[in-house]
Design a protein around this ligand. Structure first.
Ligand code: KDG
Length: 317
């Protein structure tokens, strides 16, 4: 398999074209690909890193579209199964001039939510140098959580580093308490745990980025670093050896859509580390891709190619 392996739910997103109109009223929608881990897969492939995306789609037009999107960007989809008779998930996204958009998910009972631990037979970890996992896949269903835990155990056994993004989706969990308990438990096996600041606050009850980082370093089994994503304010990092620092973010002329920025951040971090960059340099790239992501309407359409990334970093040096 490729250098990076990720597992998640691929979705189609329809983004409203009218600004600040609620989803029930919006008339025009534009179609894009979505799904947190799919976004990471696409961003990594766009930078030239071999990626394998593990999942399932239905044998419906959404599934055909998503497979086509992955192949166009060069993501390997051999471990993305087709589950006949089950739907591919989709969601509606508002367009807003301020803040985060409202979303409505249509993903219950999807092909990805029916992914089973035995489906992992198509996955082999040879050549995998990094894995990216997020709390979304674990939240989809008990069988997805079981597959997640099995894959995570195999990754730990094979000493493959894991970036763990909690990616809180409260509507996917039965209760807030369950979301916090399971997500924090999964975080123990992340090599790098990377919550957004407000997610870290929800998950730990702590306010300060350093205190949140300490929480994850102390409870971690394989955790070596905690990165707190702070949007335009950049990223705070704390390592198991006690070093800590903040890498400033970038100011952008106009925010069009915030969804997918965190996944873009993960692309910058993982690709930088795979290219042997130091953590501060990789975090600068992570902030850069996050900044590029918020300037376009889709969830992953703003992620750069290599020349676009180099140009952005030159323009902002
Ligand atoms: O992180 C961006 C994703 O959240 C988006 O592309 C789709 O909401 C989504 C999800 O749950 O994967």
């Amino acid at each position: 398999m490729g250098e990076l392996l990720t597992i998640g739910e691929p979705m189609v997103v329809f983004e409203a074209q009218e600004s600040d109109v609620d989803l029930a009223t919006a008339q025009q929608f534009q179609k894009f690909s979505a799904g947190a881990e799919l976004n990471v897969a696409i961003g990594m492939a766009r930078l030239g890193h071999p990626v394998d995306y593990v999942s399932a789609v239905g044998d419906d037009p959404f599934g055909v579209y998503l497979r086509r999107v992955l192949r166009t960007d060069g993501v390997a989809d051999a471990a993305m199964l087709t589950k006949p008779g089950l739907p591919t998930g989709f969601y509606l996204k508002q367009r807003v001039t301020q803040g985060d958009p409202a979303v409505a998910y249509f993903r219950q009972g999807s092909a990805a939510a029916n992914y089973q631990p035995e489906d992992l037979q198509t996955v082999n970890l040879a050549d995998v140098r990094f894995a990216h996992l997020s709390g979304i896949f674990a939240a989809l269903s008990p069988n997805c959580l079981a597959a997640y835990r099995q894959l995570n155990a195999d990754l730990v056994y094979n000493r493959i580093p894991v970036t763990f993004d909690p990616n809180l989706r409260p509507t996917l969990w039965r209760s807030q308490a369950e979301m916090i308990r399971v997500t924090n438990d999964l975080a123990r096996y992340g090599t790098i745990v990377m919550p957004g600041l407000s997610e870290g606050r929800t998950l730990t009850g702590l306010q300060d980025p350093a205190a949140i980082a300490d929480f994850y370093l102390q409870q971690g089994v394989t955790t070596k670093a905690v990165i707190i994503k702070m949007g335009a304010a950049g990223a705070f990092a704390k390592l198991a050896d006690g070093r800590q620092f903040t890498v400033p973010g970038f100011t952008v002329p106009r925010v069009i859509d915030t969804v997918g920025a965190g996944d873009g951040f993960a692309v910058g971090l993982i690709s930088g580390l795979l290219e042997n960059q130091s953590l501060p340099v990789a975090l600068k790239r992570a902030n850069a891709i996050g900044a590029l992501a918020v300037q376009s309407p889709g969830d992953n359409d703003g992620y750069p190619t290599r020349p676009q990334l180099d140009q952005f970093l030159r323009d902002h040096s």
